[in-house]
Design a protein around this ligand. Sequence first.
Ligand SMILES: Nc1ncnc2c1ncn2[C@@H]1O[C@H](COP(=O)(O)OP(=O)(O)OP(=O)(O)O)[C@@H](O)[C@H]1O
Ligand SMILES: [Mg+2]
Length: 611
Amino acid sequence: MPRIALLPDEVASQVAAGEVVERPASVVKELVENSIDAGAGRIEVAIARGGASMIRVVDDGIGMDRDDALLSLERHATSKIRTGHDLAKIHTLGFRGEALPSIASVARFRMSTRPHAELEGTEIIVNGGKIESVRAAGDAPGTQIEVRSLFYNLPARRKFLRSENTEVSHIQHQLLLQAIGHPKIGFISIRDQTLLFQAPPTIMLADRIRDLRGPELFEQLLEIEPISTDGITVSGFIGKAGASRATRAEQILFVNGRPVENITVQHGLREGYHTALMKGQYPVTFLFLQMDPESVDVNVHPAKREVRFREPDTVRNCVSEAVRKTIEADRQRWTQSFQRPSETARPAVQVPVIDATPVLIPTAEQFALRRDWAEFQPDSPGGAPLPVQVQALGKPKEFAGASPISAPATMPSIEPSVPLDFKLLGILGQLYILMESADGLVLVDQHAAHERILFERLRAQMESAGVPTQRLLIPLTVSVTPKDYDWIATNAQALEKMGFAMEPFGSSTLKIDGIPPYFTTDDPNVAIRQLVDELRSMTLTTSRLRMGEDVIAKTVCRHAIKANDELHPAEVEKLLRDLMACELPYCCPHGRPTMIQIGYAELEKKFGRKV
Ligand SMILES: Nc1ncnc2c1ncn2[C@@H]1O[C@H](COP(=O)(O)OP(=O)(O)OP(=O)(O)O)[C@@H](O)[C@H]1O
Ligand SMILES: [Mg+2]
């Protein structure tokens, strides 16, 4: 008696179903994907009792004749690929020929399908994987699939189903993904006879997002000007700087039309947003990547939720560039939204205002100096302070390139004669600068604003001349892995710009005799390793100085003007001018907003003048 036996088909299908059909939402996903692959222009999804008792998906796609309909229920039967070679260039959402037999093996299943050219269709009923009946049917052209009593023959699985509302929310998320990914298809979703949502077909992704996610979220989005680089096209919408979420729930990504999660893209996003994104926050995205199917492997996850890129670095660069350019372009729009109110446009409410003409400017430079680079000194490390002495370093012995100390880089700033595009109203609570713009009220957080200004100034200095190095009285020796050692040697110049003076000391040891002022640590061994790890996780074409920037962002926070610091009107004006001249004026280096606007429309709504 042999110990090994082939599993009966039904059992094999149930095993496969374990991976494909996790919950009602997986059934919805598979059926809707089949409808999309079948070229449907309209897809209707109805569910009852959270999908556990019934899921019905009706489409107007190409349908199937009787032979194909029967074959579609066989395992590994698919019309989407023919050879192993095809697996490397998949254009469709499905390709495994597993979904229908898997679903049919764990539910009571009814399919009615009819090609458009045929007068008669076919109805097939399957219970727990066994075909019960096949007969002619007269439904409309397209395909209808009804899945009842999901997991009725797998009580253990059924027990794992969560509350009805939880299952519905998973289904809704699936539908939202598919509907966003395919705006040209009309979607209708019905729950227990009530309409959940309806999305008419549209050619504009913007309309689809607005229809499904509402105008408020849409307002916070920026459209990516589609860019194609290295065979990858990035398009879609991303959240404005400062508009982020505490989870990734609103981070939607499509690769060749398939909704996926992908760490490479997440890194690219974070890099692109950089300081426009708060730590621990995630951007809102409706991101579309289009690329040659051969450069992406879609066959890496049982539910096809993940993909693997052939060249992840290229993808990450493309994403980060697209985000960076989009945020930058928004800068222009932002500046325009802060126009000085025209004196005649609104009946002037007589509020005493501070004269904003820049007559006091000559003294304002002192203000800039007061809390700038001149004051930017390292804080003592948490533990025992490293013995340091600030001085310029000569050319390091072996790694090329020197880091001369230069005078603080001056920021490009608006000429004092340029009138400000807003009108100062006053200061609220010794923190918020109140201004009037053409659109209404603008509040600026003076601390956040100053952080942004200092941050950009220091970064400019770092990029142009490098950070001054503090020479250590007693050089440190740090042992690193051979891989890290090579990396450090190759990137010595970038590290020098960040203020590190290192030289090789044996085959796996470095001698460090200078560190940047922002680098405070008790344990240089650990810190250097962390630095290398972090820098390595970033693409080299973006900024190698990012690590330094993070620390600068933390440090400027301590040096920026605080909430209760009372500012002279000229200082306020200088602050605002400097802020306006920043690359990214609307958020601080930690991604928090520096200013918010309360428009007239909102005020009118609040005062009940307008509904
Ligand atoms: N709604 C539909 N309209 C027309 N044909 C369909 C429909 N659903 C399924 N089919 C046909 O049945 C076949 C089997 O479907 P099934 O979902 O099991 O596999 P697949 O989509 O090819 O691959 P995967 O298992 O990755 O989803 C499909 O290849 C397709 O030809
Ligand atoms: Mg399929």
